[in-house]
Design a protein around this ligand. Structure first.
Ligand SMILES: Cc1cc2nc3c(=O)[nH]c(=O)nc-3n(C[C@H](O)[C@H](O)[C@H](O)COP(=O)(O)OP(=O)(O)OC[C@H]3O[C@@H](n4cnc5c(N)ncnc54)[C@H](O)[C@@H]3O)c2cc1C
Length: 388
């Protein structure tokens, strides 16, 4: 007899079933009870982030030399998917932790890795700060500047829309130097670092504490806080984002599953014209089509994570996974509201939250258009190599 939510048997486990069950039980006990309040209050889930760290999930894929678990990406994906069935807010809180950690792990100097990476196992909240008011999709040039000094680097500028920024103690920041954009590790307590929640900081979805503007005023960091090679920042963030897009797709799939299951349960209780709403074939077809699409998108997403674990190029597969998962989550959440009728629009119900979180993730972490550009680029490259 399988444990878990009543409807769990709908979805195949793509990793060790025990891990999925553990994440599911954690979600039911700790996440589901606070999910609506986190969204309503636009609050960073610090307690939950500490609890997930206790389970080893905040540094699950990190090399054990730095206090991590050294587990495959597919397992982290499974955990984030399960957590996000209850709260995409917790999902994105863990994704910014992953992004900053992975960028340092892949490109940082040994001294930098030893200094910061072990702190993730203790629940270090962290952010990945690329965007500025004038630079979103296009971050090839930036208004945030860094210049070299005798002792290291000095950064000046302002980043915008920074998820988890309300609580972050460490920021991976993209800034422009003389030779192009570069990434830097900056701690919250460095003199000259401040943040504020601008009057436009609140978003309607993925609300884990209003997104902050991160202000850097003559911020001095040591030389090894330049992550990797000067001028290679764009490549580094593209690789880091390609890695994290598999997880982003998992978060969207969590939202899709939650909306699907919530609506399916409701229409099986609701009656109209002397029958259960679920017995109308027109309603069943919605669910049949969405279930097929969720299954297919999950397969693609786990395949992208497996590609990553196998060291294969994932630019295309992770972009395709996020592209499909994000738009599918919006479609499922929207359909869930539709089939639930007025009940689906109630503020006391989570369907509005699902819809808002799903839509926000069609923009955050790589918009649909930018993801299509990435997929298209790999297709063009493939056909031109073939032609040679
Ligand atoms: C909820 C949320 C959380 C976020 N968290 C973070 C964070 O933690 N860190 C961070 O750095 N940023 C964060 N962002 C910012 C996010 O990364 C940007 O919103 C995103 O990169 C798009 O940039 P933009 O909003 O400036 O849109 P723009 O770049 O102004 O684009 C506007 C429209 O044009 C389209 N477009 C742009 N370029 C092209 C192109 N070449 N071809 C076709 N269409 C194009 C876009 O897809 C979009 O539809 C977050 C955003 C949201 C909504």
């Amino acid at each position: 007899m399988r444990k878990g939510t009543d409807l769990q048997h709908l979805w195949r486990d793509h990793v060790d079933e025990r891990l999925a069950l553990e994440a599911r039980e954690f979600t039911r006990e700790h996440v589901a009870p606070v999910a609506d309040a986190l969204d309503r209050d636009d609050r960073y889930p610090l307690n939950l982030v500490r609890l997930t760290a206790d389970r080893g999930w905040n540094s699950m894929t990190l090399d054990p030399r730095y206090g991590g678990e050294g587990r495959p990406m597919t397992e982290l994906l499974a955990v984030l998917e399960e957590l996000s069935v209850a709260s995409a807010i917790l999902g994105i809180s863990l994704i910014t932790i992953f992004q900053s950690q992975r960028c340092i792990e892949l490109y940082g100097e040994e001294s930098l890795k030893e200094r910061y990476l072990p702190r993730y196992a203790g629940g270090l909240p962290a952010s990945f700060a690329l965007t500025e008011d004038g630079h979103g999709s296009d971050i090839r040039t930036l208004d945030t500047k860094a210049h070299r000094t005798d002792k290291g680097w000095v950064l000046n500028g302002e980043k915008a829309f920074i998820t988890s920024g309300a609580a972050a103690e460490l920021f991976v920041v993209l800034a422009e130097t003389d030779v192009g954009v570069s990434t830097f590790a900056v701690t919250k307590d460095t003199p000259g670092v401040s943040s504020y929640q601008g009057h436009e900081a609140e978003t309607f979805g993925l609300r884990n504490g209003p997104h902050v503007n991160l202000v850097l005023e003559d911020v001095e960091v040591p030389a090894d806080h330049l992550i990797g090679t000067e001028g290679r920042g764009l490549k580094q963030v593209m690789v880091t984002l390609a890695n994290s897009r598999t997880l982003a797709a998992g978060i969207s799939l969590g939202i899709a599953r939650a909306a699907f299951e919530g609506a399916l349960k409701y229409v099986d209780t609701r009656s109209a014209f002397g029958t259960k709403v679920l017995d109308f074939q027109g309603i069943q077809w919605y669910f049949a089509e969405l279930a097929a699409q969720i299954d297919a998108t999950r397969l693609l997403t786990y395949e992208a994570a497996r590609d990553l674990d196998a060291g294969r190029d994932i630019a295309r597969s992770s972009s395709s996974a996020k592209l499909l998962a994000a738009s599918l989550a919006t479609k499922v959440a929207s359909t869930a509201v539709q089939v639930c009728g007025a009940h689906g629009t109630r503020e006391t119900q989570p369907f509005g939250r699902y819809l808002r979180d799903a839509k926000a993730y069609e923009v955050a972490g790589g918009s649909a258009e930018v993801l299509k550009n990435t997929v298209a680029k790999s297709l063009v490259k493939a056909v031109r190599v073939e032609d040679r």
